[in-house]
Design a protein around this ligand. Structure first.
Ligand code: SF4
Length: 413
């Protein structure tokens, strides 16, 4: 969308002065849907007379029948299949345009927002899993992986434009290539990425049932990829996992054990609290597991009933006040664990990209390659050893000298 729009418009951060405002929405769970609606309404208020408000993405795809009636202020509604023709749709002045296909980027050029050195790279779109709480496959469709040469071409072209750090994403990255009936394709892609010099990266969203010990080791041994494991386990109680349609937890435990053995690795996960059937016993099981396992990051999501999902029809619902209380308990554990886990970096040297000055102007911030952008934070630089002028977006080494709660501080060397 960025590239298509850039050819005809200039971008502004000020919605009130824009001729076109595009809101790209998420419709995954209740908080995402609420945020989407709030943003659409906020933009509707801000848009100047004659400007167009365009809403696109998962949320509008999912509720394409209801939304145009509910929010008439929107000038154009589109979904997940029209990103490549967004400029044409705006020009034609159509009110609503949806297809049943999810757009999968090919060799199109891209406009990258927000970073001079980092870009997200799609491995594919859609998902063939059947997690009973999840509505994503109903609006993103089945898995379609991008061919290896297309991904490599994108990385190489972005590298020529100065991008060096890449985060590889999809709904289910470890199933990459399984839509072609093949296994081991992600390992093959990693081997090819390793042949490109002077780039770094990480893969997000490994699905437990399709992640293998070989993949874990391939990531650990890759000179390009950080030893970064993002394995959303969602829960650990066999009863809840079975209700979620995600096995019984044995795959997760086995994989995490192998990940834990990899030197200097980073392990992150996501969990859902309050799924139907999560009684006191199941919650205690989850709490004990999260306390005991050395996760570097744990994202907590509150369960919400999603229309059309199997979980929304299940009995044994957990009352909202109980869910909130459980989340509060887990947040305490997560906070403590983050502080504990970060202590291991003190005294070590990490490599990362200089992000710029912190908003208060007191420090520089550097994101190590072992941290994912926008998720895992950064390191505050309070001392600089190099005499050369600093370059934002360049790669440096930082010696971690101090920890202050969840913050790490270091010397740029
Ligand atoms: S793997 Fe992720 S996207 Fe796919 S069904 Fe499960 S939760 Fe949804």
């Amino acid at each position: 969308m960025g590239y298509r729009l850039e050819r005809k418009y200039t971008f502004t951060d000020d919605p009130a002065s824009a001729d076109v405002i595009v809101v790209n929405t998420c419709g995954f769970i209740q908080p995402a849907k609420e945020e989407s609606i709030e943003t659409i309404l906020e933009m509707a208020q801000l848009k100047k007379p004659g400007a167009k408000l365009v809403v696109t993405g998962c949320f509008s795809q999912r509720y394409q029948k209801e939304l145009p009636e509910e929010i008439p202020e929107v000038d154009l509604w589109t979904g997940v299949g029209e990103f490549h023709i967004i400029d044409q749709l705006i020009e034609k002045g159509v009110k609503s345009y949806f297809t049943n296909r999810t757009f999968l980027i090919g060799r199109e050029e891209r406009t990258i927002f927000n970073s001079p050195y980092h870009a997200y790279i799609k491995l594919g779109e859609g998902c063939n899993q059947k997690c009973s709480f999840c509505a994503i496959p109903s609006f993103k469709g089945r898995l379609q992986s991008r061919p290896i040469p297309v991904i490599l071409d994108e990385v190489n072209r972005l590298k020529e434009r100065g991008y060096r750090d890449f985060t590889f994403i999809s709904q289910d990255s470890s199933s990459y290539g399984r839509d072609w009936g093949e296994r081991g394709k992600l390992e093959e892609l990693i081997e090819e990425l390793d042949k490109i010099s002077d780039i770094t990266g990480r893969i997000l969203y490994l699905y437990p049932q399709t992640t293998t010990p070989t993949l874990i080791e391939k990531i650990a041994n890759s000179p390009t990829l950080a030893t970064y494991y993002d394995l959303p386990i969602q829960h650990i109680s066999p009863k809840v996992l079975k209700l979620m349609g995600r096995g019984d937890g044995s795959a997760e435990r086995h994989l995490l054990e192998i990940m834990e053995r990899q030197p200097e690795g980073f392990i992150g996960t996501s969990i859902i609290v309050g799924h139907p059937g999560e009684g006191e016993r199941e919650f205690e099981e989850l709490k004990n597991f999260l306390s005991a396992f050395p996760f570097d990051r744990i994202n907590i999501f509150q369960y919400s009933d999603e229309e059309g999902t199997k979980s929304s029809t299940l009995p044994e619902k957990v009352p909202p006040e109980v869910v909130e209380e459980r989340i509060a308990q887990l947040e305490e554990i997560v906070h403590k664990k983050e502080v504990e886990r970060k202590a291991r970096w003190v005294g070590k040297v990490l490599e990362g990209y200089l992000e710029g000055e912190t908003p208060d102007g007191l420090f520089y911030s550097l994101r190590p390659t072992i941290f994912a952008p926008e998720i895992d934070g950064d390191i505050l630089i309070n001392e600089i050893e190099t005499t050369r002028p600093l370059q934002i977006g360049a790669r440096y080494r930082v010696k971690i000298t101090q920890q202050a709660g969840r913050e790490l501080l270091g010397t740029l060397i």
